[in-house]
Design a protein around this ligand. Structure first.
Ligand SMILES: Nc1ncnc2c1ncn2[C@@H]1O[C@H](COP(=O)(O)OP(=O)(O)OP(=O)(O)O)[C@@H](O)[C@H]1O
Length: 310
């Protein structure tokens, strides 16, 4: 029984959802009603992460991480392999436990409601929806079935009308998904699969999207298309926390950015300032004094990424 319940809890992000829609559960430990100016400020602040420490058994992946994502903004989290970016998103979405991890200290809240300790379905019900790294679409299901699955567990009032509105929004953003509605999702191209993963998340009508490396492995044209979509989704009012190794692209989209290094915030600031900073350009964009030898151990692909359009 417990195993079945666990399976259901992963549905929002990792596996097929239950057949019937359920009423969105309350968060496991919701914050109390907004009573003070401080609480009202927290609600306005959107996502607030304070002194977060998290990891996997003996592995400490995050150490004292604090960040804020104001409502309506795009905030980027940059960093190399193993810096802790995915762990941060998992800690916010409640899925860390399904990777045998956990939060050791600190707090996560959204709109003044405490998310740390809440299970993934409760986080989705609060309007915070993750698009995991690697897309995790349901390959054997059709495109239409994937989208329908995303609507389960959506916040607020549901029903056919709400689902139809969400679907119209997704199909307007990604017309190719309408053309491929009856096709198995596993047959889509990488870029189309990423569109489907984002579209499925939008079916839950999120207030905030957590995007984990949405351009990973995509050809430049497909990645540029995803970047445009992120811009458009944000312009429509959805807050975005964007995790990316593609620093040039992320900084072009974000208002504010944080750079993680071995589980700690090494740098943070307005995205435009970070993009203009010599240190960031050298270490994360691969633009050094000697273009043939980018500093900071940047992978060989980084110089090409610095030519990102826009
Ligand atoms: N399921 C897991 N079990 C044990 N350790 C893990 C697990 N997932 C991640 N880690 C470790 O936690 C640290 C942070 O990993 P994380 O995946 O959060 O980094 P990342 O910045 O997202 O990296 P990447 O860009 O390569 O995905 C790394 O040391 C990693 O090896």
């Amino acid at each position: 029984m417990e195993a079945r319940r666990q399976e259901a809890r992963t549905d929002a992000h990792d596996s097929p959802p239950p057949a019937e829609p359920r009423d969105p559960p309350e968060p496991a430990r919701p914050a109390g009603p907004v009573r003070t100016a401080e609480a009202a400020e927290a609600a306005e602040a959107g996502l607030v992460v304070r002194d977060l420490a998290a990891g996997y058994g003996p592995v400490t992946a995050l150490r004292g991480v604090s960040l804020e994502v104001p409502r309506g903004s795009v905030v980027a989290v940059l960093g190399g392999n193993g810096a802790g970016k995915s762990t941060l998103l998992r800690a916010v979405s409640g899925t860390l436990r399904f990777h045998r991890g956990g939060i050791a200290a600190g707090e996560v809240s959204f709109g003044g409601r405490r998310l740390s300790g809440a299970d993934p379905s409760a986080v989705v019900a609060c309007g915070v929806v993750q698009v995991p790294e690697g897309r995790r679409i349901f390959a054997r299901m059709t495109v239409a079935e994937n989208l329908r699955a995303g609507a389960l567990g959506a916040r607020g009032a549901r029903g056919r009308r709400a689902a139809a509105e969400a679907r119209d929004r997704v199909l307007t953003l990604f017309p190719v998904l309408a053309e491929r509605a009856r096709q198995r999702a596993g047959l889509l191209s990488g870029g189309e699969q990423q569109m489907l993963a984002i579209g499925r998340a939008l079916m839950a009508r999120p207030v905030m999207l957590l995007l984990d490396e949405p351009t990973l492995g995509l050809a430049p044209m497909a990645a540029a298309r995803i970047a445009d979509t992120v811009r458009e989704i944000n312009a429509q009012g959805t807050t975005v926390l964007l995790v990316e190794q593609n620093a040039a692209m992320a900084l072009s989209l974000a208002r504010h950015a944080y750079v993680l290094e071995v589980g700690e915030v090494a740098l943070s600031g307005p995205a435009a300032e970070l993009a203009a900073s010599d240190e960031v350009r050298r270490r994360y964009l691969g633009i050094g004094d000697d273009p043939a030898a980018p500093a900071g151990g940047a992978p060989a692909t980084r110089p090409a990424l610095a030519r990102w359009p826009g």
